[in-house]
Design a protein around this ligand. Sequence first.
Ligand code: NAD
Length: 496
Amino acid sequence: MVSLHKVEHGGAANDSAASEEPPAGTCAETPPAALNAALGAMRAAVRTRPIPDIETRRTWLRALERILLLHEDEIAQSIAADFGGRSRHETALAEIFATVSAVRHNHRHAKRWATKDRAITALHLLPGRTRIIRRPLGVVGVVSPWNYPVHLALVPAAGALAAGNRVLLKPSELTPRTAALLRRLVADHFDPDVFRVVTGGAETGRAFSRLPFDHLFFTGSTEVGRRVAAAAAETLTPVTLELGGKSPAVVLGDADLSLTARRLAFGKFLNAGQTCVAPDYVLAAPETASRLAPLILRTVEERFGGDHGADDYSCIISQRHFDRLRALVEDAVARGAQRHQPVGFSGAQGRRFPPTLLTGVTPEMRVMQEEIFGPVLPIVALGEEDRFAAFIGERAHPLALYVFGKDKRAVDRLIAGTQSGGVTVNDTLWHMAQDDVPFGGVGESGMGAYHGERGFLTFSHQRAVFEQSRMAGTDLLHPPYGRTFSRIVSVLKRFA
Ligand code: NAD
């Protein structure tokens, strides 16, 4: 689908900021007046062209695809520089492949999603006709986090553009090189009133979330999500909140433990645990837990032990985040947990935090109170499998739930007895990496969803249109109300 022409005519190179990239490692702050001006320009564009046709939207999506495919190396280098070390392979999988796949899915299906308009007309309104128009909302604001700084910026943008919206994006200040790169690439490939990137930290984020967007799409922590929702409430801006939380991995007694260990280790140590849907902790019966721990440790040693695989193990985003993880582990050890790390882990230079298993974990430990968001995996040994659903239910609804086990009925019981944004059975992460199922949290892990058609709907207004016929039964319901009215209403009540 890649072709080499610039998107939309008349697009003067996006914003002057392309030439004002900040010094490496810092993030340029877009001043509030510039935020307002950017939104104002997009609004004006929406007024002149409120419903871009499908071919235009596809051109936008092709431009996103070009950004990803033509600049893959630059993207990988800037993310690696921001992290102080990020596996190139993980970037290829999670930032490039997964995002291209989402962009193409939107490209492939946008026409069908946009023209789906069938609705069943209620009996009492026949022979009138009803349809639903899926109309772009207008201008969508996207605030994205640092952990997958391209994927989590461009996948929501793709959904919003496919639905015919203009997009203003504010990436995280913790990946400043990638934010500056996105700003430049988007400026090179898009007209500034179609898609534009502004940069800055929490202050810019605050100003951004106060803008009267037609929709605000936020991905980040639950704590900041609360603030974003409060700010958006002032302008009655609808929000989607893609948040975090502690996603449990439940390992039932009949699970294939060596397969479970390998798949758990993949989900936990990808991007060094800095993944919103990473399994946060393991819940298992004591006997299962004690057999599982050495298998996970062996897997981690095979993958990351010695010199082997150091390049495939990503760094922690900042020293502050690194120190926080160390404090979590030390708190657990001080309260009686056992720490297990691979022998000879040599990736420990820089901010590579050793993959760490914790056993003997209890709920009061900090590691069980906060989202870990790093390569630390507590294994909680809980007496009876019947208690697992209650243990999960006593805590905030997680973004993901993982269940490992062979007995389908036991697995389904656990799914039915718990609540979570999504579920993967006998593996980790993969429910999220699909383009046609909704992705989003529930309760404290988020509100709303995106991906595929669900994303298209998030970024559309579903407008009901009823066309009355010349002869209409409802004309008989006008006042003055009399016997005809009463008869019709009693018939309607019977058949409703
Ligand atoms: P964060 O909440 O600190 O920051 C996210 C974004 O919000 C950044 O762009 C930041 O500049 C901006 N921001 C900060 N303060 C703001 C404010 N007061 N108003 C508006 N914007 C503000 O999150 P983070 O540290 O970048 O990301 C980690 C968190 O994100 C974890 O909790 C993780 O679980 C969650 N997360 C969720 C998903 C998901 O899809 N559900 C994906 C990735 C990360």
